[in-house]
Every structure is written in structure tokens, then in C-alpha cells.
Design a protein around this ligand. Structure first.
Ligand SMILES: [Zn+2]
Length: 219
């Protein structure tokens, strides 16, 4: 089983795939991660944080690498596309070309939901599904939402599964969170992440097929 996980920003792996990824690692599945943007925009609007955006991008892509190391996934399975954070939609065509050879032999891809409130997450959904459509990939499409960016709707209820998060997993997720030190500089973000993971008891994922693309609110 080869799985390609799409993360729009260098910390979405934790919030998107975190609840399920340890299961896949335990089953010795081959996991690849595609990080679409470089995360450079996370301090925009914070006048008190004076760091060059190039340095922010370096810091955050390094955190993406550390997360891969933490999970015990080979570093060559991390594919940093390095498109500018907040502008992924501008690079859709280029991204589709880069993504196609990576997903062509995948058995499953893990992607953000359609109708996403976050532009980069929506762009990532579009990039992944357009690339998959061009390849006519008859595989499993696992779809996730980062909670602040949307919800799962009733129309695909029968496609959705609930993942239960037990205490041991929650401890691992909170340990994983410590890698993303860049997010500590904005105190409220860090508090939000910590509180979110501490209270997390379950997570929803939708599982779709190629022919479902465009038929549901979430896919
Ligand atoms: Zn994100």
C-alpha cells in the first residue's frame, strides 16, 4: 500500500493525517508527503514579529522535515513543492505537473476537502484531484478538513468514517506538535493548537472513488 498525503502548509500533516497516520506506519505502508507551500506567510499581520519571510519559509520547511523524521518516514519521501504560502492557487498548473509523477503509482491519496475556506487548502484539493483525473487514478481518495476551514456535509454521509482518538494517540500528537516551534511565536495560535489537540476525541475522514469527483460537497 502506497499512500500520498497532501499537506498545504508545513504543519497540516499533524492536524489532517495525525489521527490515522500511526495506524498506517504500524501496518508498514509506504507513506509519502507532499508539502505544497513553504509556510512563509504565517506571521503576516504580526508587526511585533520581525523575521524575513525567506527565513520563515526555511524554518517551517525544516519543521516539515523534522515531522517526517519524528514519524520514522524516510526523508526522501517528503516532497517539498515550495510554492509561496497564501498563493498556491496561482501555481496550480505547475503543481499538477509536479504532482502527477508522484501519485501515478499510489493506492490511496489523502487530501483536503473541497469547498475549503482556506485558499491554499482549496488549491491543494484542486491540484490533487485534477492531477488524479488526468491520470484516471482508480484509487482511494481520503478527504480531510482542518476544523476551522470547513465541515463535512450530509450528502456524503455514507462515505464518512469516524476515527477515535485515544489517550495514547493524543499524547503522541501533543509530542509531535512540539516540532512546530514557529507556531509558538503567535501565542494564541499555539494555545489554540494545544487546546484543540488536548480536547480531540475523534476525527472525520471521507473515503471516495474516482467517479465521485465533483459529485459531493466535500469531494
Ligand atoms: Zn494549512
Amino acid at each position: 500500500m502506497k499512500i500520498l498525503i497532501f499537506e498545504p502548509h508545513p504543519d497540516d500533516l499533524l492536524f489532517g493525517a495525525g489521527p490515522i497516520i500511526f495506524d498506517w506506519i504500524e501496518k508498514a505502508y509506504t507513506i509519502h508527503v507532499i508539502t505544497v507551500t513553504d509556510g512563509r506567510a504565517c506571521y503576516r499581520g504580526y508587526k511585533e514579529i520581525d523575521i524575513e519571510e525567506d527565513d520563515v519559509a526555511t524554518m517551517r520547511t525544516n519543521e516539515a522535515k523534522q515531522a517526517i523524521h519524528f514519524l520514522g518516514i524516510p526523508l526522501e519521501n517528503l516532497h517539498l513543492l515550495n510554492f509561496p504560502d497564501s498563493k498556491a492557487w496561482r501555481y496550480k498548473k505547475e503543481a499538477i505537473l509536479k504532482v502527477k509523477p508522484l501519485i501515478q503509482d499510489a493506492d490511496r491519496i489523502f487530501i483536503p476537502s473541497n469547498n475549503n475556506r482556506h485558499k491554499d487548502h482549496q488549491a491543494t484539493h484542486t491540484i490533487a484531484t485534477e492531477a488524479a483525473k488526468e491520470l484516471q487514478l482508480d484509487i482511494e481518495y481520503w478527504v480531510y478538513f482542518i476544523p476551522s476551514y470547513g465541515v463535512f456535509k450530509e450528502d456524503s454521509r455514507e462515505k464518512q468514517i469516524f476515527i477515535t482518538i485515544g489517550d495514547d494517540l493524543r499524547v503522541k500528537l501533543l509530542e509531535w506538535l512540539q516540532i512546530y516551534q514557529s507556531q509558538k511565536k503567535t501565542t494564541h495560535t499555539w494555545k489554540f493548537y494545544t487546546r484543540y489537540l488536548t480536547r480531540l476525541r475523534n476525527s472525520i475522514v471521507g473515503i471516495y472513488k474516482l467517479e465521485d469527483i465533483g459529485k459531493y460537497y466535500n469531494f
